[in-house]
Design a protein around this ligand. Structure first.
Ligand code: AMP
Ligand code: ZN
Length: 493
């Protein structure tokens, strides 16, 4: 029996405010949607934290053999400067300021986003749809909402009728807001006189003559509201009801609240079984945010070109730092915190590097199976990565005890210990066994990786003479390459 079956995953559902046993709609399959970035500027480390939290969820579910369809969109249209449907489209504004095409803005920041994710060893999602690629689906959804009586058209724009919706459902159930309070707290802004009520939100906005991003629709030329794209794309690829929807805490209201309202209004059902929200990364005690400029660019942290930090940090160290906090806790990005994570990360990697040299005996003085189960228990408990890391350090302690002759381990248990610690560190937390290139060993690893890449290129070009030469000459200096299903690894002879 699989471990996870004996001890099911529990997920904290933001909608109910409770940890609930995870039961996918289709046994063995998981549909997961996570709101992606708005590609009008570089992603900051706060964005990376949220995406990393869901990368770990994705990795863990895959590890448990679920067939996961993970959809993470790219917002390339419709996200206005203000939540109240006012201001310019963020992408269009950037295009105007930089005097380039909106799609050049989108391309530039999407490429950077992918580059950052690759550097941090993210798994690609199964589908990465864009808002502009799904205008037809969004128009269809609006038509359905109008047909069902929950939206109205005025002067070329279409608004969702929050008050009408609230008569049959409860607007605010995710963010625990009550419409009455929203009515008292909503600012009435100039230029919003079209709306019947200030709480209503845009499904379609009329494009003014100068607006560059525009599409034809039954209501005239315009562009979709931001909340709509996620409803259209999540249900297109995952069905009207799916398992997990994630995003940062700041998206609960209005974005996710509006997603629920749109789905219920169009299809009569709440779309998501488990809403997951990652908490914020802070800098100097304030939320990292593109709009306030209180941000750290990942490239700067990796290269050390940021005055706030004493040195450069490797991607694995930053991943480790993120995983040391539970995804639902606020995390403060500090130099001290990163330095401590670097120490922890190195300690874990050093222990993993010792594994191949440990000598098994006939019996074990430690219970590896109990330890292994506790690693799963941590992840099954709402993906509790800090507890998992504490367990991995128990494993580090075992390894050091065995090395120093203070504990014994059988060959079978050693294999379990080795496989488990590597699986959790590399496959699930996504750490990579390299550091910042500070030490001689790291530089050697870096150089061998370069040669492995060259050999792969040679093989791809069918230049087997060169690929064999690289392998043989490395072997001659005691570096043995081993080809496995997950790529080539090396060991020192
Ligand atoms: P955006 O590109 O602004 O739409 O944000 C992309 C993702 O990053 C969303 O899921 C946000 O909730 C998330 N996010 C934004 N700021 C932070 C932060 N300071 N800490 C963690 N996640 C964040
Ligand atoms: Zn979204």
């Amino acid at each position: 029996m699989q471990l996870y079956q004996s001890n099911p995953i529990k997920i904290y559902n933001s909608l109910t405010g409770k940890k609930e046993v995870f039961k996918p709609i289709n046994e063995g399959h998981v549909g997961m949607y996570v709101c992606g970035p708005t590609v009008y500027s570089y992603v900051h480390l706060g964005n990376v934290r949220t995406f990393m939290s869901f990368d770990i969820v994705f990795r863990y579910l895959k590890h448990l053999d679920y067939k996961v369809r993970y959809v993470r969109n790219i917002t390339d249209a419709g996200h206005l400067e203000n939540d109240e449907d006012s201001g310019e489209d963020k992408v269009a504004k950037k295009a105007r300021l930089e005097q380039i095409e909106p799609m050049e803005v989108v391309q530039k920041y999407t490429v950077d986003f992918h580059d950052v994710l690759n550097t941090f060893n993210f798994l690609p999602p199964s589908i990465e749809p864009t808002a502009t690629g799904h205008i037809i689906e969004q128009i269809e959804l609006i038509s359905k909402i109008i047909e069902n009586g929950f939206a109205y058209e005025i002067n070329g724009s279409v608004y969702f009728d929050v008050h009408k919706f609230n008569e049959t459902s409860q607007y605010g159930k995710l963010s625990k807001r009550v419409l009455e309070d929203l009515i008292h707290n909503t600012r009435t802004l100039d230029g919003q006189s079209d709306k019947r009520n200030p709480q209503d939100f845009a499904l379609w906005k009329k494009a003014e003559p100068q607006h560059i991003m525009r599409w034809p629709s039954p209501w005239g030329d315009g562009f979709p509201g931001w909340h709509l794209e996620c409803t259209a794309m999540s249900t297109k690829y995952l069905g009207d009801k799916f398992d997990i929807h994630g995003g940062g805490m700041d998206l609960k209201f209005p974005h996710h609240e509006c997603e629920i309202a749109q789905n219920e209004a169009a299809k009569g059902c709440s779309p998501v079984n488990y809403w997951m929200h990652a908490n914020m990364l802070e800098l100097n005690g304030a939320r990292m945010s593109k709009s306030t400029g209180n941000t750290v660019n990942p490239h700067e942290l990796l290269s050390g070109e940021n005055n706030f930090f004493s040195k450069a940090f490797a991607p694995g160290v930053i991943r480790f730092f993120v995983a040391q906090a539970h995804y639902r806790s606020v995390l403060d990005l500090t130099d001290d915190g990163l330095l401590a994570s670097e120490k922890g990360f190195m300690k874990l990697m050093d222990a993993i590097n010792l594994l191949d040299n440990l000598r098994p005996t006939s019996t074990s003085s430690i219970d590896v199976e109990v330890w292994k189960q506790s690693c799963y228990n941590a992840m099954n408990d709402d993906f509790n990565t800090p507890i998992l890391i504490a367990n991995l350090f128990e494993g580090v302690k075992f390894i050091n005890q065995i090395k120093d002759g203070n504990a014994t381990i059988s060959a079978e248990d050693l294999a379990t210990l080795s496989e488990t610690i590597k699986t959790f560190a590399f496959d699930i937390l996504g750490l990579e066994n390299h550091t910042n290139g500070d030490s001689g060993t790291d530089k050697l690893s870096g150089a061998v990786e370069v040669l492995i890449k060259l050999r792969q290129e040679a093989r791809a070009n069918k230049d087997f003479a060169l690929s064999d030469k690289i392998r043989d000459e490395l072997a001659a200096v005691g570096i043995v390459l081993k080809d496995g299903k997950d790529g080539t690894t090396f060991s020192l002879n």
